[in-house]
Design a protein around this ligand. Structure first.
Ligand SMILES: [Zn+2]
Length: 285
């Protein structure tokens, strides 16, 4: 199953953030991500897909054959490294149970030199058969995590860290607080109930202030066919979907409240055009 079929919301969210990052506009993808949940294989696939889109020199399609895409699919890319207690260790490192401080130092040293690639470090664990497993307080210990805080906090440009785990509680809080966290569940429901506003409102946080009235107008036009209450409901569902997969984005709660106010204004008989304009002015900054 294609990733975009299994995780339509997340795929869209990350693609947009990567596109913004590469084009220096809008809200870029964060430079430290933490995926948590039971589906480690999907977490790993998503992580590799992000690395691929950051490095693609071709057409970004699922089967792009540019060198970077091929290398990343084959797990041969020199700048996209899977860091586990077994993989990518310096020669003098004989630890087998933990991601070691020597590994962390190796990464830190490698960042001192520049690279033509977008460097992505995927931190996880593997079992003896090579199956992807999650980080926990045993295989990724506090000392090692803390030795990397500075590079996670103030990374050079074109560097990304991705941490994979079953349970967020197993990861030291200093990593959590520096990362954008996403729950990767076994399946992502395809229909979030925001189909009606999809074309006008998706990624509204990236919209520009000068476009506020055009967007409000599009919503008003839509409201001639679809009741405004339903459109507002859809906006809230969209915001809730972002929150569900990205619980760190608490500022969306304020946006949900603004939509709630707009719903009340509609109930009180205010004109939909005014309600949408006021709302867009509040949401788009
Ligand atoms: Zn490519």
């Amino acid at each position: 199953m294609l990733l975009s079929d299994k995780y339509p919301f997340l795929t869209n969210y990350f693609e947009k953030g990567i596109n913004n990052k590469l084009n220096n506009k809008g809200v870029p993808i964060a430079h430290s991500l933490l995926f948590w949940g039971s589906d480690l294989e999907s977490q790993y696939t998503l992580a590799k897909e992000i690395a691929r889109l950051l490095n693609c020199t071709g057409d970004y399609s699922d089967n792009c054959q540019c060198l970077n895409c091929r290398w990343i699919r084959e797990e041969q890319h020199p700048a996209v490294l899977t860091i586990t207690r077994m993989d990518n260790k310096p020669a003098d490192d004989d630890t087998t149970k933990v991601i070691s401080i020597k590994q962390a130092n190796m990464i830190k040293n490698s960042l001192m030199t520049s690279s033509e690639f977008y460097r992505v470090f995927i931190f996880c664990d593997k079992d003896d058969d090579g199956n992807i497993k999650g980080l926990n307080s045993q295989n990724f210990q506090e000392e090692t995590a803390n030795s990397m805080l500075k590079i996670i906090e103030e990374p050079n440009d074109r560097i990304m860290f991705i941490f994979l785990t079953n349970n967020k509680e197993d990861i030291i809080s200093t990593i959590i607080s520096r990362s954008q966290c996403f729950n990767i569940s076994k399946t992502e429901k395809e229909n979030f109930g925001w189909d009606e506003i999809k074309n006008v409102f998706t990624n509204y946080r990236d919209f520009k202030r000068e476009d506020v009235f055009d967007i409000a107008q599009s919503l008003f036009e839509l409201s001639k066919e679809i009741p405004p209450e339903k459109l507002l409901e859809d906006m809230q569902n969209y915001m809730l979907a972002i929150l569900k997969f990205n619980p760190g984005q608490i500022s969306f709660i304020d946006d949900i409240k603004q939509v709630e106010t707009a719903k009340r204004e509609i109930e009180l008989g205010m004109s939909p055009q005014n309600v949408f304009e006021n709302l867009c002015l509040k949401l788009i900054k």
